[in-house]
Write a protein of this length. Structure first.
Length: 351
């Protein structure tokens, strides 16, 4: 059984990057200085992941303000220099690709925000809208790069369709939207895999959140199942489905039947016993035992002991230790401490 550790999402920006961005906004700095600082901080975070012995390396995503941004923006527009044409071209491209950014809202009751995608016609084979936000030249040097995409279900659940949200659409219309989104995201996952990202993580907070609220329906699970039939299996690529912001203990049998290589569970919300009561034969299992929304440090020995129990009783194909979500909520120093804890826990496990 393979056992390791890795990060699962966006990293908190440094004070230097925060100050550089603010200076640029106020005309006391330049976009070029922001880009240079993003590159420097990205190199630092990637180096620290490797130094800690993490199994996979992800971009800290300093260019991405929220999970759905690359999808909502549709295509990179950096090559359009004149701002008076930029908005017009973005509108045209959004209409063509059927997605554009909508109103700003709170991200699952956290102190961060996202913009709801407004979805129109998705009959498109567009792909390649994520790579411009990442640093492939830094990530792809050792073949351990992982990329993060939104799950089709979460993308639908948090999107708008005129004055309706995803849950208010008729069931058949929801199935159509899910199928289109899943095919679009499958094309994006294949595009990333072809560039060398051999591990793709689809983030699924909406299902976990609804499960905790007691509002999850059988139709929601059927929609998730349909989505992963389209994009959960990518040739020569490991696909993980990451559940966070909720307790998925009651639906573990459902999510274990999905067409994916493995699942990641937020263990700050789901009890360990709920995992230990199930076997994960043939699947990879990632446990979000490190709390990325708290600066309190975990005990590496305790983490290693929990991993051993899961390895013995649940028998997954591979077992991974992760934070429950991205460490952006606890800032730069908090994120660095969590990287160190992941590395220390793996050393304890190997003793």
């Amino acid at each position: 059984m393979k056992v390791g550790a890795y990060l699962t999402g966006a990293f908190g920006q440094s004070q230097v990057l925060y100050d550089t961005r603010n200076a640029a906004k106020r005309g006391r700095g330049s976009p070029e200085q922001v880009t240079a600082q993003i590159l420097a901080d990205t190199q630092d975070v990637i180096s620290r992941q490797k130094a800690a012995g993490l199994s996979f390396v992800i971009d800290p995503m300093f260019r991405i303000y929220h999970l759905l941004q690359p999808l909502a923006e549709g295509v990179p527009l950096e090559h359009i220099k004149d701002p008076k044409y930029r908005e017009l071209v973005q509108q045209v491209l959004a209409e063509y690709f059927g997605i554009k950014e909508g109103p700003q809202e709170n991200w699952f009751n956290n102190n961060v925000f996202f913009r709801r995608p407004i979805i129109g016609n998705l009959k498109t084979s567009a792909a390649g809208f994520t790579i411009s936000y990442l640093h492939p030249e830094l990530l792809l040097r050792d073949g351990k790069a992982m990329a993060v995409l939104p799950s089709p279900y979460t993308a639908m659940a948090l999107s708008m369709y005129g004055n309706k949200n995803g849950y208010e659409l008729p069931v058949e219309e929801q199935r159509s939207v899910i199928a289109d989104l899943a095919q679009l995201l499958r094309a994006e996952a294949i595009s990333l895999a072809n560039r060398g990202f051999k591990r793709i993580q689809f983030d699924e907070p909406a299902i976990a959140h609804r499960q905790s609220l007691g509002s999850l329906t059988k139709n929601d699970l059927r929609l998730l199942e349909l989505a992963m039939k389209y994009c959960g299996v990518i040739d020569n690529t490991t696909v993980m489905l990451n559940f966070y912001f909720g307790d998925v203990g009651p639906i573990i049998p459902n999510i274990c039947d999905l067409s994916v290589d493995g699942i990641n569970i937020d263990m700050t919300e789901t009890r360990l016993d709920a995992v230990l009561n199930h076997r994960f034969d043939g699947m990879e299992l990632a446990l979000g035992l490190v709390d990325a929304r708290s600066t309190n440090p975990e005990n590496p020995q305790d983490l290693a002991q929990k991993l051993r129990r899961v390895a013995d009783l649940s028998a997954p194909k591979a077992l991974w230790l992760t934070p429950n979500t991205g460490t952006e909520y606890i800032g730069w120093s908090g994120g660095l401490e969590k990287i160190a804890i992941l590395g220390q826990a793996m050393k304890e496990f190997e003793k």
